[in-house]
Write a protein that binds this ligand. Structure first.
Ligand SMILES: NC(=O)c1ccc[n+]([C@@H]2O[C@H](COP(=O)([O-])OP(=O)(O)OC[C@H]3O[C@@H](n4cnc5c(N)ncnc54)[C@H](O)[C@@H]3O)[C@@H](O)[C@H]2O)c1
Length: 253
């Protein structure tokens, strides 16, 4: 018996990277887990995959309803709002369409799945929402204007939702990862002129000198989602190798 035994969880963007590691960890710790993703074809048992685009409200409602029905039809305990996409460039580099697209996925995606899941979460005695935010919400990173704006909104939304739903017994928190070694970052590195140099620069930016693993972020999400964390709501947990909070002196040459 572990902390998630008997609980039902839904993870968006759970077919890859952080979401996949989270879905697998929650299942390993006893939860029944549904994954909502654009492409859930690679989702393996005991996880259950549901296809939906978080920019499509009707598809999200249908997928959440189907997942809740398949998980027993009596509510939902954990929602992990993790689906997200990246954007590079300064404020001059992305047109309005790109801004609308990224905000639609990263911010309104959280809104849509939360809206669909809240009626089910209210019937849980251990309800928790965890949003995957980013260090980009709390530190100024170069070439990330649009992405940072989207994650800043996720941070504020997390706090507002925590206030709105605390008296209904629904906790809301977020994790703020640094650079995580996922397929997403793999794609970024592949697109860089010198992938090895780019990876070295990203590793050097984190005081631990390495990228965060998807499993480490999953561990933080599980910590916040667990009934053992019943007094924790409205917080942002950094999972960034010390990048936000530490100021190291340069290594002596
Ligand atoms: N990798 C990092 O360095 C890092 C750092 C901080 C925060 N994050 C955040 O973590 C989350 C996951 O990132 P990752 O690195 O695991 O990425 P990833 O690309 O490996 O996985 C993202 C998953 O989300 C799904 N997805 C994307 N758009 C979707 C949509 N519209 N509807 C439904 N599903 C959709 C994808 O199909 C994919 O399975 C994102 O919110 C991202 O902003 C990542």
């Amino acid at each position: 018996m572990t902390d998630f035994t008997g609980l039902r969880a839904l993870v968006t963007g759970g077919a890859s990277g952080i979401g996949r590691a989270t879905a697998e960890l929650l299942a390993a710790r006893g939860a029944q887990v549904a994954v909502l993703d654009l492409d859930p074809s690679g989702v393996e048992k005991p996880l259950r995959g549901y296809a939906a685009d978080v920019t499509d409200d009707a598809a999200v409602r249908d997928a959440v309803a189907a997942a809740v029905a398949d998980l027993g039809g009596r509510g939902l305990d954990v929602l992990v709002n993790n689906a997200g996409i990246g954007a590079q460039g300064t404020v001059e580099d992305n047109d309005d369409d790109r801004w609308h697209t990224v905000l639609d996925v990263n911010v309104l995606g959280v809104v849509r799945t939360s809206r669909a899941a809240l009626p089910h979460l209210r019937s849980s005695t251990h309800a928790a929402i965890v949003n995957t935010c980013s260090i980009a919400a709390t530190a100024g990173l170069p070439q990330r204007a649009l992405y940072s704006a989207s994650k800043g909104a996720v941070l504020s939304l997390t706090l507002a939702m925590a206030a709105d739903h605390v008296r209904e017994g629904v906790r809301v928190n977020c994790v703020n990862p640094g650079t995580v070694d996922t397929p997403w970052v793999g794609r970024l590195l592949d697109a860089a002129p010198d992938p090895a140099a780019e990876r070295a620069a990203l590793e050097a930016r984190q005081p631990t000198g390495r990228l965060v693993s998807a499993e480490e972020v999953a561990g933080a999400i599980a910590y916040l989602a667990s009934p053992l964390s019943g007094a924790t709501t409205g917080t942002a947990l950094a999972v960034d190798g010390g990048m936000q909070g530490l100021r190291l002196r340069p290594v002596a040459q």
